[in-house]
Ligand binder design. Structure first.
Ligand SMILES: [Zn+2]
Length: 121
């Protein structure tokens, strides 16, 4: 059977600082990013519908978390007290897996050249 992976991309703008880095590390200072998130869902193509998942269902699943994160100080959010890209990916994974059982991968990019990927083991 063919397995197809689809994704939907989101962006949000947030402020953060990294509390656990040394004082002279620039990320200790409050600053912001336009985060780019890709949510991947893997499965087979439904014969009737011709898709793996309705993109709008992925959007609906992500929306409440986008609201929680967008234009916020991430450090204030429960579970994101140390909001590295890795921790944001884990935070999103633990929430989205409940709504999207076929969730296969989440990418979180902090800048156009830096990001993380979380997948199932
Ligand atoms: Zn940063």
């Amino acid at each position: 059977m063919r397995i197809v992976e689809v994704y939907k991309e989101f962006t949000f703008d947030s402020a953060h600082y990294l509390p656990n880095v040394p004082d002279d590390h620039k990320c200790k200072n409050l600053h912001g990013h336009t985060y780019r998130v890709r949510v991947y869902v893997k499965g087979s193509i439904d014969e009737d519908l011709g898709w793996v998942v309705d993109f709008s269902d992925v959007k609906k699943a992500f929306e409440p978390f986008e609201k929680q994160l967008d234009h916020k100080l991430l450090n204030d959010i429960e579970g994101l007290e140390n909001p590295t890209a890795e921790m944001i990916a884990v935070w999103l994974w633990d929430k989205l897996i409940i709504k999207l059982p076929n969730l296969s991968k989440i990418e979180v990019a902090e800048t156009p050249t830096s990001g993380v990927i979380i997948t199932k083991d």
